[in-house]
Design a protein around this ligand. Structure first.
Ligand code: TXA
Ligand code: MG
Length: 355
């Protein structure tokens, strides 16, 4: 059932559902989440079951923005290093997830058995309205400190950016709060703060540079961390991050990244083959490109990629879903520019194209 976030009853219903140990579809500024009480292991188990996600993959826990997310962080995290504190002050509420050491006895199932926990304070007003009602329990009610919510898609699939996407992934019985299409469209930037230095686990809308400027520290890549560890500075296992599996966020169709020149060549070849073979009216190929292509056969489904990285991120998953709905077998995408602000989009496309 889809409830409009503009109605106060919808917020109350969603909060009541979480309190009762059930799942909700929750809008955020990045993508829609599939949420449950983060301290209720049985409720969290329902998330793993609904997504078909292995239960040792940790989930992100969302906290209320009152006090800048600090009371939520204090509940779930054993310790917040100063650089993580600076990142919270700079970017919460917003699309930034911090991995912190987990306080014993909280969020165990949500953390997938790790001794760390991923925390995020989302900026979407509807998400915050629900989190606030849960946090400010009425007399006799237990406070709900956080909502564990991975993206509300089946495991390995493209993340949902509208309430309708969530319903099509997880079925009409789920209570889904409709907060409109997500503003940002790709998942939060994830920074591991358990390694003594900030480590980028997943790029997102907040860029590497913004993170470094906010905390005054160099942001390490996973590769740089490994090098450091091999040099004996640290010797713990790398955390799991299913969002960092090579093949993830995959549409049904096979996706290929090509530069503008290769793309034009491919389109030309296709045009020749189609002329020879007689017009087959069924679209089997979609193209998503910034460059203006010449002589595109009519049967190709063509979408223009915006010149702007944020605008592309906002529409990316919906565009991929649209191609699947058009039943194309191949998706050809023009490789995004090699610039900092495109890192999140490039990352998602590279993973969608991995076999
Ligand atoms: O934008 C987002 O972050 C969205 C919205 C709903 O907030 N959520 C999201 O959640 O993308 P999910 O579960 O699809 O991705 C969570 C990522 C996974 O790659 C997970 O492994 C990683 O965060 N993660 C969470 N807790 C972690 C932990 N303790 N250690 C390492 N990685 C963790
Ligand atoms: Mg996901």
């Amino acid at each position: 059932m889809i409830l409009p976030a503009s109605a106060p009853e919808s917020i109350a219903s969603c909060a009541a559902s979480v309190r009762a140990g059930n799942l909700i579809g929750l809008p955020t500024e990045t993508v829609y989440g599939l949420g449950a009480d983060a301290d209720n292991d049985a409720a969290v188990a329902k998330i793993f079951a609904a997504k078909g996600r292995p239960s040792d993959h940790p989930l992100i826990v969302h906290v209320s923005a009152q006090d800048g997310g600090m009371s939520g962080a204090a509940h779930f995290a054993a310790q917040v290093p100063p650089f993580a504190q600076q990142l919270m002050s700079a970017f919460w509420p917003g699309p930034l997830t911090l991995i912190l050491p987990r306080r014993a006895g909280v969020g165990a199932a949500a953390a997938g058995g790790q001794d760390s926990i991923g925390l995020r304070c989302p900026a979407h007003p509807a998400a915050q309205a629900v989190l606030r009602v849960l946090h400010d329990a009425l007399p006799g009610q237990a406070r709900v400190w956080g909502v564990a919510a991975p993206s509300a898609n089946r495991f390995g699939r493209v993340s949902p950016t509208t309430a309708a996407h969530v319903a099509s992934e997880l079925g009409p019985d789920l209570l889904i709060l409709d907060g409109g299409p997500c503003d940002l469209g790709i998942e939060s930037t994830i920074i591991d703060c358990t390694r003594g230095a900030p480590v980028l686990l997943r790029p997102g809308s907040i860029s590497r540079l913004q993170v470094e400027q906010a905390c005054g520290r160099k942001l390490l890549s996973k590769e740089e961390l490994l090098e450091q560890e091999q040099r004996g500075l640290e010797a713990r296992n790398a955390p799991r991050a299913s969002g960092t599996l090579e093949s993830h966020y995959a549409p049904n169709a096979r996706l290929r990244l090509m530069d503008a020149k290769a793309l034009q060549t491919a389109v030309d070849l296709l045009g020749e083959v189609m002329v020879q073979g007689g017009a087959d009216a069924k679209p089997t190929i979609a193209v998503y490109a910034r460059s203006v292509l010449k002589k595109v056969p009519l049967s190709i489904v063509l979408r223009r990629m915006p010149d702007d990285a944020a605008a592309t991120a906002q529409q990316l998953f919906a565009v991929l879903r649209g191609f699947d709905d058009a039943n194309v077998k191949l998706i050809w995408v023009e490789t995004p520019p090699d610039a900092l602000e495109w890192e999140g989009v490039r990352d998602r496309l590279q993973r969608a194209s991995a076999e």
